[in-house]
Design a protein around this ligand. Structure first.
Ligand code: PEP
Length: 251
């Protein structure tokens, strides 16, 4: 049985003050969430605040990106060991915004997955197609290529240490959610792809859906057999909305 995971991705939003309010809201509401594992991925500069507020609670935290390098002359980058220093459990790798705006290739994302794993962090590997790719009918080819880059570098068993998030790019921050059927189809494809190499890894792999998930559409999405939680952008910035999604994962 896979334990659902609901992870927030705050992206480059918030301030020290607003994050404190958000964390207070999450802390006071998290008690009602019984089943799902819950995490928030914060801007790196606030991880120290997040750590001191969330330590000892049921909410884990993580980074939104990391360097593929262990240390050295890489100005502005953050190493896996630094995320460890601030108690991170998770780190997002290959978010579509990193792929698009920072030109991260599948190979770079795979190296970041490896760096996270080597440091004992749980990488959340984002995969997903653009609207153009969906319309061209190449969704499966795109997510296969993105997933296979990690399998080729690290071996399929590496996925046992990570989480996959299917995030159709056309659904991110657009208010346009994939239908539960559309999402399930891709999740099932991803699981089958892993199962073709290792059935046990596939059975245990958590595959999250991300893309305009909200409290009012979460239940239907999370009811699908291969959807094991959510990666939440916009709705993770409001405690009430984020907790509403966590509660949906309880059902
Ligand atoms: C995301 O960026 O990971 C995401 C899913 O964003 P949103 O929920 O805002 O679509």
């Amino acid at each position: 049985m896979r334990q659902p995971l609901v992870a927030g991705n705050w992206k480059m939003n918030g301030s020290r003050a607003s994050i404190e309010m958000l964390l207070n809201g999450l802390k006071s509401g998290i008690g009602a969430v019984r089943v799902a594992e819950v995490a928030v991925c914060a801007p790196a500069i606030y991880l120290s605040d997040v750590q001191s507020r969330l330590q000892g609670t049921a909410i884990a935290w993580g980074g939104q990106d990391l360097s593929a390098q262990a240390s050295g002359a890489f100005t502005g980058e953050i190493a896996a060991s630094m995320l460890n220093d601030f108690g991170c459990k998770y780190v997002i790798v290959g978010h579509s915004e990193r792929r698009a705006y920072h030109h991260e290739s599948d190979a770079t994302v795979a190296k970041k997955f490896a760096a996270a794993r080597a440091a004992g962090l749980i990488p959340i590997l984002c995969v997903g197609e653009t609207l153009e790719e969906r319309e061209q009918g190449v969704t499966e080819a795109v997510v296969k290529r993105q997933l296979d880059a990690v399998i080729e570098l690290e071996g399929v068993t590496a996925l046992a240490d990570g989480v996959v998030a299917y995030e159709p790019v056309w659904a991110i921050g657009t208010g346009r959610t994939a239908t539960p059927e559309q999402a399930q189809e891709v999740h099932a494809y991803l699981r089958a792809r892993v199962a073709s190499q290792d059935a046990d890894v596939a059975a245990g792999l958590r595959i999250l859906y991300g893309g305009s998930m909200k409290p009012d559409n979460a239940k239907e999405l999370l009811a699908k057999a291969d959807i094991d939680g959510g990666l939440i952008g916009g709705a993770s910035l409001k405690a009430e909305d984020f907790l509403g999604i966590c509660t949906a994962a309880n059902d």
